[in-house]
Design a protein around this ligand. Structure first.
Ligand code: 6PG
Length: 267
């Protein structure tokens, strides 16, 4: 657990860790596989990685980076709630990463967008569309990682944020997608109000995929996350998915700011 002063310091620490791991993976195997987090916390990290005036951009061979997403909402790619939109605007459109190495989650068969809605969807078809998108994304992973039928992708790095309710990616308390047997990617119904982008069904990497990573970095900023962070780092078992993160052969790194850490001492 690394406690830093604020979101800017958190983003710089994460940029340094991202760069170190990217360089090591590319030196060792010629590529760096990363699953980008959704939500708003990582946006500053993405901007720092893309900024030519900062030390990190030039140190990464972007043509060797293979980029995936921990989860995505069922919205058009230009919708403000789209995770790929956040990543493209802050990072992916600003670094020389080949388009073929960016793997967004694709929701097909979207209902025609009503004027000004950015693309709505009928409820029944939303669940079916999310299931199809999850199956499709699992195939993308199997191909990109050259997996056998029951194989598990091992990302060099998974980036996560933390929801105030303890969710990570789109794995919510008391929902599926946590230990989907053999499932790499799960469809999740719209989590509802109170969750950012809660109006949309989602697709998410499952907990076994997160746990298989060589490194998981969870970025936690703000007092609203203090309860979920304390629970995740505490001894008490709970149904909050963040408390279940257990990379079996990898590093779990929490980079948190003081507002989220509460009384936890800097380390
Ligand atoms: C999503 C994210 C989600 C996010 C947390 C924290 O698509 O909603 O993957 O898990 O990381 O909700 O969101 P903020 O960083 O915006 O607080």
């Amino acid at each position: 657990v690394r406690v830093v002063a604020d979101l800017e310091a958190l983003s710089r620490a994460a940029a340094a860790e991202f760069t170190r791991r990217a360089r090591a993976a590319i030196a060792r195997r010629g590529r760096f596989t990363v699953a980008l987090a959704g939500g708003s916390t990582p946006a500053r990290l993405y901007a720092l990685l893309a900024d030519p005036c900062r030390p990190w951009r030039a140190r990464i061979r972007w043509d060797r980076v293979e980029c995936f997403f921990t989860d995505e909402r069922d919205v058009p790619a230009r919708h403000p709630d789209s995770n790929v939109r956040t990543a493209r605007r802050a990072l992916l459109d600003r670094v020389p990463i080949p388009r073929s190495r960016i793997h967004p989650v694709r929701f097909e068969g979207r209902a025609p967008a009503a004027p000004g809605t950015g693309g709505g969807a009928r409820t029944g078809s939303a669940a079916r569309r999310a299931r199809r998108a999850a199956l499709r994304y699992a195939r993308v992973l199997r191909t990109a990682f050259d997996l056998p039928p029951d194989g598990m992708p091992r990302f060099d790095l998974v980036l996560l944020g933390l929801g105030a309710d303890g969710h990570v990616a789109s794995i919510f308390p008391r929902r599926g997608a946590r230990r989907s047997p053999g499932g790499l990617v799960a469809a999740v119904p719209a989590p509802g109000p109170g969750i950012p982008g809660g109006a949309h069904a989602r697709v998410t990497l499952t907990l076994p995929v997160l746990d298989a990573a060589a490194a998981v970095i969870v970025l936690v900023s703000g007092a609203s996350k203090a309860g979920a962070l304390s629970s995740a780092l505490g001894r008490r078992r709970s149904d909050r998915p963040a408390t279940l993160l257990r990379p079996s052969r990898g590093r779990l790194i929490w980079i948190v700011d003081r507002a989220a850490a509460g009384r936890r001492r800097p380390r």
